[in-house]
Design a protein around this ligand. Structure first.
Ligand code: SAH
Length: 487
């Protein structure tokens, strides 16, 4: 049976601007062929076993040739695979998606198209510029600014609306000159949006008359969208990206891969450039699953613990009903959420997400036999406290956290960040062994709570801020406050 090719638009850069359908198809793909302008976050939706093939520009050199891309598309689809052809923005807007669809039709291969948010709309939107407006622009034209394109400048100058040029950075002087020569006013507003929707987006406001000089002195680089029309000046009132609380800040997030995303996503939505420094990863450990019915209390001390517990149950051919007779305690809201994903609502969730908080929350609860589910490097506070109260306590160690050497690029990025976040004592240890303490010389250190801060101090590092409450949201709040103080 022949496979299928999905021509998917990845959006303009902000990972949140990929469509739900696009994300679902990436997650189901066997092969993803992706372009230069596709951000790394879009690829994170892919399965671990999926083959990810970069077909963009090779280190500034020539693009993988179109015949080669065509050959790969046909070959993978004929082998029965689910192929995602992932392109920046929208696949049918200056993306050669049309050519590839024609090729697939000719080859008799099934294809579907998933539109994406095109840069010509997204970059202006993130610059505070609506491309149409009842009084200012009754239409919008997407135009190639490629130097080799033959354009009808007279028609473009007469177009009654906004002109949006793609690929036009080196042609900016010519675009301005030709439009003025054909009758557009030299004082007509122009906006150039570089790396639109990315955290380092820059916007230049100019006029057709001074565009060439100003773009040169601002050293505008591709990718950039050039928008010509009176709507451009609305930016003066509508700019919003620059007002996000973490705009212009770089935050390095040091967590295990899977968990990092939630914190990273929140930080990105607040405008931060996020560097993920996955210095650690969790590895499941083989464990003999006891009969959970023996316990009147089961404590789960991390989201990973919750997921691993259900993985272990599933492997033993069991499910959530094994917990039917037990009270379930989660160490904090994140762990409670992870349990809820598996259909179990925790009975006890302390407000302070630390072992001491859980001990307090359990004060009035009668316990005879308890099971503590945790990672190999967990602390003994909770089991010790339960034993002191006369309970019989078993540990179920389901995973360990190991250091992965940080790639040079990630290390350099973390070292030049404004903030580095630590969300557990083990991330402190593992980050230091993966990246070294000198990576922390410049950034301010943000700790999620007292146990993490204590670990930092053991290594001679004083946290600059500590979250309260000791949760990822608390950490975000502390970062926002710190960023506001040093504007
Ligand atoms: N299919 C894409 C366009 C591909 S052509 C889309 O629909 O967006 C490549 C051009 O798109 C770049 O030269 C630039 O003009 C524009 N572009 C792509 N991403 C951009 C971004 N994040 N900010 C500004 N322009 C971008």
């Amino acid at each position: 049976m022949s496979g299928i090719v999905h021509l998917v638009g990845a959006g303009p850069g902000d990972p949140g601007l990929l469509t739900l359908r696009g994300a679902r198809l990436i997650a189901a793909a066997d092969v993803v062929l992706y372009d230069h302008l596709v951000g790394p976050e879009a690829l994170e939706h892919a399965r671990e076993e999926a083959e990810l093939v970069y077909v963009g520009k090779q280190g500034g050199g020539p693009q993988t040739s179109q015949p080669e891309i065509d050959r790969l598309l046909v070959e993978h689809a004929r082998a029965g695979r689910r192929v995602v052809r992932l392109k920046g923005g929208d696949p049918f807007v200056f993306g050669r998606g049309g050519e590839e669809a024609l090729l697939l039709r000719d080859a008799g291969i099934r294809f579907e198209v998933v539109p994406g948010i095109t840069a010509g709309i997204a970059a202006p939107a993130y610059a505070g510029i609506p491309v149409t407006h009842r009084d200012l622009a009754s239409g919008v034209a997407f135009v190639t600014g490629h130097e080799r394109a033959e354009l009808d400048w007279e028609a473009l100058a007469r177009f009654p609306g906004t002109l949006v040029f793609y690929m036009g950075v080196s042609a900016l002087p010519r675009i301005a000159e030709r439009l003025v020569a054909e009758g557009r006013a030299a004082k007509e507003p122009v906006a150039v949006v570089e790396r639109g929707t990315h955290p380092d987006q820059r916007t230049l406001l100019a006029t057709l008359g001074d565009l060439a000089a100003r773009a040169r002195s601002a050293e505008i680089r591709a990718p950039a969208i050039t928008l010509v029309g009176p709507v451009a000046s609305l930016r003066e009132q509508l700019a919003w990206v620059e007002e996000r609380p973490l705009h212009g800040r770089t935050v390095a997030v040091t967590r295990a891969r899977a968990q990092a995303s939630a914190l990273a996503t929140t930080l990105r939505e607040l405008g931060a450039a996020v560097v993920e420094a996955p210095a650690i990863q969790t590895v499941a450990l083989p464990a003999e699953l006891p009969d959970l019915g023996r316990y009147d209390l089961v404590c789960v001390t991390s989201p990973t613990g919750a997921h691993e517990l259900f993985a272990a149950l599933a492997q033993a051919g069991r499910d959530a009903r094994s917990l039917a007779g037990c009270r379930v305690a989660a160490i904090g809201p994140g762990t409670a959420r992870a349990l809820a994903e598996h259909g179990v609502l925790a009975d006890i969730v302390p407000e302070r997400a630390v072992a001491e908080g859980l001990v307090e929350a359990l004060a009035g609860v009668a316990v005879e036999r308890a099971l503590v589910v945790r990672g190999a490097e967990g602390r003994d506070v909770l089991p010790d406290a339960l034993r002191d109260r006369g309970a019989e306590v078993d540990l179920l160690v389901l995973y360990e956290t190991v250091a992965t050497p940080l790639a040079d690029a990630a290390r350099a990025a973390a070292a030049s960040a404004d903030f580095v976040t630590f969300t557990s004592a083990s991330t402190v240890r593992l980050f230091l062994s993966a990246a070294g303490a000198d990576a922390l010389e410049r950034p301010r250190i943000a700790s999620i709570g007292p146990a993490t801060s204590a670990e930092l101090r053991r290594h001679g590092l004083e946290p600059d801020l500590e979250a309260d409450p000791h949760t990822p949201d608390g950490l975000v709040g502390a970062l926002v406050r710190a960023a506001a103080e040093c504007r």
